[in-house]
Design a protein around this ligand. Sequence first.
Ligand code: ZN
Length: 377
Amino acid sequence: MSDASEIPKKEEGALAPEPEEESDDCGEDEATEDMEFLRNLFSRNLGIGTPDKVLDELTLEGVAQYIKSGKCKNIVCMVGAGISTSAGIPDFRSPGTGLYANLQKYNLPYPEAIFQIDYFKKHPEPFFALARELYPGQFKPTVCHYFMKLLKDKGLLRRCYSQNIDTLERVAGLEGDDLIEAHGTFYTSHCVSFCCRKEYSLGWMKEKIFSDDVPRCEKCSSLVKPDIVFFGENLPLRFFTSVKSDFPRCDLLIIMGTSLQVQPFASLVSRVSKSCPRLLINMEKAGQANALFGILGFGGGMDFDSDKAYRDVAHISTCDDGCLALADLLGWKAELEDLVKQEHARIDSQDQSSESKGAPAKASSASAAPQHKRGQE
Ligand SMILES: [Zn+2]
């Protein structure tokens, strides 16, 4: 499995500094936090110690009580395509709405070729034709996206790990440091030439995509590609460095809209401490331990239902409904609904002004990047 150990040694010193802690933290709190961190590290790596039962009950109410208790300050969210479906963006793995099902017209040797870096460098046209069809940035973030923005505003969000490439987290107000786009993003693009790597903006790429030109670097004429992760490309380095610092310190993991089938993303659930509660909001249960993982010695799968279940909560609903229910229990419901209303009105007014300037018509979009088999080696 992919691991922080894959990072070249020379990068060790280049780790991003820890985000600033709460200003009211005194030295004693830091010492307690360090102790907790070490204890979790030992218990995770050596399997020693009895995990604490943090939640009074394994329900959404139990999670809300825990958040309200003030003991939870480092929430990590892990999100997938399911958080964007209510924005009108199809989950490309869903039968019927599947992206791969619509690829025949591009005459690809096999469907995955459209996201393969070697194929792209020789035949970029199909990818850009698809990008035109799937162009992100014309959709509004969902209730779930704004719930994460509320977590941020209340100082509770350590980071959001997203598998989506639709940039809706950014539109909702999560910024670069709040966000790990594990499968890359359309937000920036780069020249594919290793000697050049010139960066291009979303606006620049959008203009090229809709002008039917294959985007070429202004400096060296090589292809320019949105920074989504193709097959044959590594996940962003920041993904591995941030996982290493975020997950041992995470005190509530909220997993939304993902079936936890894509590695290395899926294995992240096992990287929090044994006492860290894990809330899944999804249309079905996911990530449960199975015999195979047991034999391979991975461990750490979700356990919602067994006699030994002590920290995992499954809330089976849409991501929006789950977030609204949790917000309600936290006393934040009106605040969340106001935020959604205000922000959607703002986006609509922007859309109207750009439409009057002759911006391209609304297209459909896909939310998730290609699956990454790399982590399953
Ligand atoms: Zn270039």
